[in-house]
Design a protein. Sequence first.
Length: 56
Amino acid sequence: MEIQALRYVVTLAEELYFGRAAGRHFISAQPFGQRVQRLEREWGCGCSSGPAGGWF
């Protein structure tokens, strides 16, 4: 588990929006979401589960 990935999850929880959360870390939404998904797989949960159509 990486500390940066944990920071991403915290930022996502604060912003509730991938684009703004990614912007706070100066990266685009796609790699940001991939890092969050990787952490979710590691934890075995869907912390960022969103709308049925997906976030993007």
